[in-house]
Design a protein around this ligand. Sequence first.
Ligand code: ADP
Length: 161
Amino acid sequence: MMRTALFPGSFDPFTMGHMDILRSALKMFDKVIVAVGYNSTKSGFFHPALRVEIIKDATSGLENVEVCSYRGLTVDFCKKMGASCIIRGLRTTTDFEMESVIAQANRKMAPDILSIFIPAGHEYSFISSTVVRDVLVNGGSARCFLPKNVDIDKYLKLREG
Ligand code: ADP
């Protein structure tokens, strides 16, 4: 049986920390779907369509990865995509507390879908999309936080239209 996992998130933008979690997930699953959660009340820094393009660039050298965006409940999207597990990364105890509440709610709604937490690699555990956005809005170079295939300047220009 083909084992598919969903790795959902805001990914605004996708960082080396996310990439590390994705690589770990690929060791456990035949396919991992990286899914940008679409929140209609929160526009974010990069438009979700650009976030998807950034992730496609970041993962262009990897097999068995699909990238898309979704609206609505993560568990519903898992069912639609045939994913049996939800992957989330943990950096801190704060992440754990938040993630365990979400995982329990998801389990209540969809008992067959398992949440799997993967600890952040120590070299990436300080990286967050928030830090990357702060660096970018202040004109700094965020390259050291981003996967190497991502030309972030291109996306900054597209963002500004
Ligand atoms: P969300 O808004 O859904 O939390 P994020 O894009 O911030 O979306 O994060 C998606 C997932 O990746 C979350 O499980 C988060 O804890 C995890 N994550 C974020 N940054 C890192 C990192 N540097 N190392 C490991 N996991 C991370």
